[in-house]
Design a protein around this ligand. Structure first.
Ligand SMILES: Cc1ncc(COP(=O)(O)O)c(C=O)c1O
Length: 460
């Protein structure tokens, strides 16, 4: 079958998909009688399916990835030029775009200094975990090896990334998990574990300290946290939270690893989510928006201090970072990332995220005034979510089928929205939005109007 986009027989493609492709996060039984959705083309904020239907994409490729939007010829051309010149050599050696992008990236991350390339968010996190484990072996006789993670955060799909993920349903049936990962409670103030308190942020952060003390501070090497929890329900940190987390990490010499796989590269209106909160991380991981999905790339970025721990003793043949990611040597990733970053700068997209993001929050709060079912609206920049509840007083979450119905109705109207999806037993009740950083106020209006219609239809 031809795969030339201009001459392709799309019905044959749909049939081939139905017969041979195993889709992600999908129950396939329904696809025996319905056509799978096949996306054929994208332009700006919009994608077009095999039937020619236009969809406004409010979630940047379904999973907050295509930050600069679809159809960016300059990225495709830069990747083409690079690939015909030099497509791949293992990162044991340097290559031109990897060096240039590392310098550009570090320029945006004061305090950080080294970039380790691989090709997915899960893998970037695994590298950070290996760094923690090896430092523990080299400096602390293997004792300070535990890694703490937070309830409701997600850090990836591999068994160890799942071992550090605080979402029960995402993990269920995939154990046993990697030892040495320990969970501490979430920081979602709307779901306060301490009742109605004025210092929720500090109290929630102190839960981390409680777990450190229970485990023994000399056994804990690092903590991994999303700056704003994404797939776990778009949870913005409460006031005082990050300052306290930073203090606790310092007090017990625990490395602070920030997972910027979703928030990184502009999503929240700064280059990185952690930069809103004055955090000084030891390691930062990123993937999705780094090249907006034009190529696979992820980065594990560290301070010079973390990096130096691996070259202190060259006479020890085992002490350097003995890790490789084959596709971390692909040049397509960093060259796409260079163009991606230039686009964000040249088109002032961080500013756009702040301006249009405010409009998004205003519109969602307007919906909250209209529908009792919306219990809480959260977000930052072009990253927002709202919780659906049966009753505002009891805050009892709606069944997952309700958020599914809203998403399905929006899809019929030509707007693709997101939702928490088989993550928790109870809290699959959050609608999530993460439009591309190029979104206009009119795009936001179209998205929120579609949700408005879908919610009105629920009660018909
Ligand atoms: C916060 C966070 N970290 C890590 C990952 C894993 O990234 P990947 O799917 O590229 O492995 C994700 C994916 O959704 C994520 O949301």
């Amino acid at each position: 079958m031809s795969h030339n986009p201009d001459t392709i027989d799309i019905s044959k493609v749909v049939e081939a998909d139905r017969k041979n492709v195993w889709h992600h996060l999908s129950q396939h039984k329904g696809l025996e009688t319905n056509d799978p959705m096949v996306i054929v083309r994208g332009e700006g904020m919009r994608v077009y399916d095999a039937n020619g239907k236009e969809h406004l994409d409010a979630v940047s490729g379904a999973v907050w990835t295509v930050n600069v939007g679809y159809g960016r010829e300059r990225i495709a051309k830069a990747v083409y030029d690079q690939l015909v010149k030099m497509n791949y050599f293992a990162q044991t050696a340097g290559n031109v775009p990897a060096a240039i992008y590392a310098e550009m990236l570090i320029d945006k991350m004061p305090g950080m200094s080294r970039v380790y390339y691989s090709n997915s968010g899960s893998e970037a996190n695994e590298k950070a975990y290996k760094i923690v484990r090896q430092i523990s072996h080299n400096k602390y006789n293997g004792k300070k090896h535990k890694i703490l993670y937070r309830e409701r955060d997600y850090h990836g799909t591999t068994i160890t990334a799942l071992s550090s993920t605080g979402q029960f349903e995402r993990k269920a049936q995939y154990g046993p998990f990697t030892p040495g990962f320990v969970e501490f409670p979430h920081c979602c103030e709307y779901r306060s574990q301490f009742g109605d308190v004025t210092d929720y942020g500090v109290r929630a952060a102190k839960e981390m300290e409680r777990v450190i003390l229970e485990e023994g501070p000399d056994t804990v090497g690092a903590v991994v946290l999303e700056p704003i929890t994404a797939g776990g329900g778009v949870i913005t940190p409460p006031e005082g939270y990050w300052e306290t987390i930073q203090e606790i990490c310092k007090k017990y010499e625990i490395l602070l690893h920030i997972d910027e796989v979703v928030c990184g590269l502009g999503r929240t209106g700064k280059w990185f989510g952690y930069q809103h909160y004055g955090i000084k991380p030891d390691m930062v991981t990123m993937a999705k928006g780094v090249a907006s999905g034009y190529a696979a790339i992820s980065c594990t970025v560290t301070t010079e201090e973390v990096f130096n721990a691996f070259k202190e003793d060259p006479s020890d043949r085992m002490s350097y970072f003995r890790d490789i990611s084959t596709f971390g040597g692909c040049t397509a990733g960093p060259v796409a990332a260079i163009e991606n970053m230039k686009i964000i700068e040249e088109e002032n997209l961080l500013e756009n995220v702040n301006v249009v993001g405010d409009h998004l929050m205003d519109r969602l709060n307007g919906l909250k005034d209209k529908y009792e079912m919306i219990g809480d609206v959260r977000g930052k920049g072009l990253f927002a979510g709202f919780e659906l509840v049966k009753d505002r007083e009891t805050k009892e979450p709606v069944d997952e089928s309700v958020s599914m119905a809203i998403a399905a109705d929006c899809m019929k109207q030509g707007v693709i929205i997101g939702r928490t999806n088989r993550s928790f037993e109870k809290y699959n009740n959050t609608i999530a939005l993460s439009p591309a950083l190029i979104a206009t106020k009119a795009d936001i209006d179209q998205i929120v109007d579609a949700i408005d219609v879908a919610m009105a239809n629920l009660t018909k």
